[in-house]
Design a binder for this molecule. Sequence first.
Ligand SMILES: NC(=O)c1ccc[n+]([C@@H]2O[C@H](COP(=O)([O-])OP(=O)(O)OC[C@H]3O[C@@H](n4cnc5c(N)ncnc54)[C@H](OP(=O)(O)O)[C@@H]3O)[C@@H](O)[C@H]2O)c1
Length: 249
Amino acid sequence: MSEKTFGKGARVLILGATSGIARATALEFARRGFDLVLAGRDLEEMEILAADARVRCGNGVEIVEFDATNFDSHPEFWHRCGEVDGVICALGVMPPQQESERDWETCRAVIQVNYTACVSVLNLVANDFEARKVGFIAVLTSVAGERARKSNYIYGSAKSGLSAYTEGLRARLFVAGVSVTTVKPGPVDTAMTWGMEKLPLLVPPEKVASDIYRGVRRKADVVFSPAPWRLIMAIMRVVPSFIWKRLDF
Ligand SMILES: NC(=O)c1ccc[n+]([C@@H]2O[C@H](COP(=O)([O-])OP(=O)(O)OC[C@H]3O[C@@H](n4cnc5c(N)ncnc54)[C@H](OP(=O)(O)O)[C@@H]3O)[C@@H](O)[C@H]2O)c1
């Protein structure tokens, strides 16, 4: 990635721009000179975010409507974004696990937003970046995808699938010089975790935003945010199944 592409004047597309982590990440990239393309379904909220970024950083900020689960609209959406140099995917929903267990519509939304929609749109991004031999992609998965817990395994399984997708995509795009960074946060203080109690190592979205920026900058393959989650999940992964299934979390 050339200096020209990474920084001033480069355009970064933020999918799920109204998310707490995406808002902080958009500002982090804007402060570093990037122009922003904000994509989401809440146009009013994105107008507010765009105005804020323009005032704070003086960058170009555009808004493109994006409905993650309207898969047929994705090619047209990608076309409307114009030429972009980087993509950050922050799409996600995490309703209480019990709702997904009982209600298929809820369960399907978890799978579709956290996995299928990301694959649908990132396939388009990948084909374009591969042909142009340029660009970076950062995808928000989660530590929840590292090992499935009984209290959150439907969301976790979608994130696990997305992590596997990004690993394969990274290998495919490596020869084209396109970086793919898998971002695995622990609990972050956003709307997604609002009202949840006793979340371990809870961090503000600005911490994840700066980890994303630094990870993309150094073309990291996998970023845990905050960093101690890498060790914690390495330990979690080797807990034997006969113990894991008895743990109450
Ligand atoms: N917060 C955490 O503790 C945490 C931990 C690990 C990983 N993550 C992951 O990090 C990413 C960002 O998380 P967050 O906490 O910032 O999330 P958030 O504030 O809840 O935002 C989720 C984003 O997804 C968008 N979205 C959901 N369904 C959509 C649809 N059908 N079409 C278009 N957009 C849709 C939302 O748009 P609307 O505003 O229109 O609803 C919003 O922009 C997610 O992938 C999440 O799974 C979060």
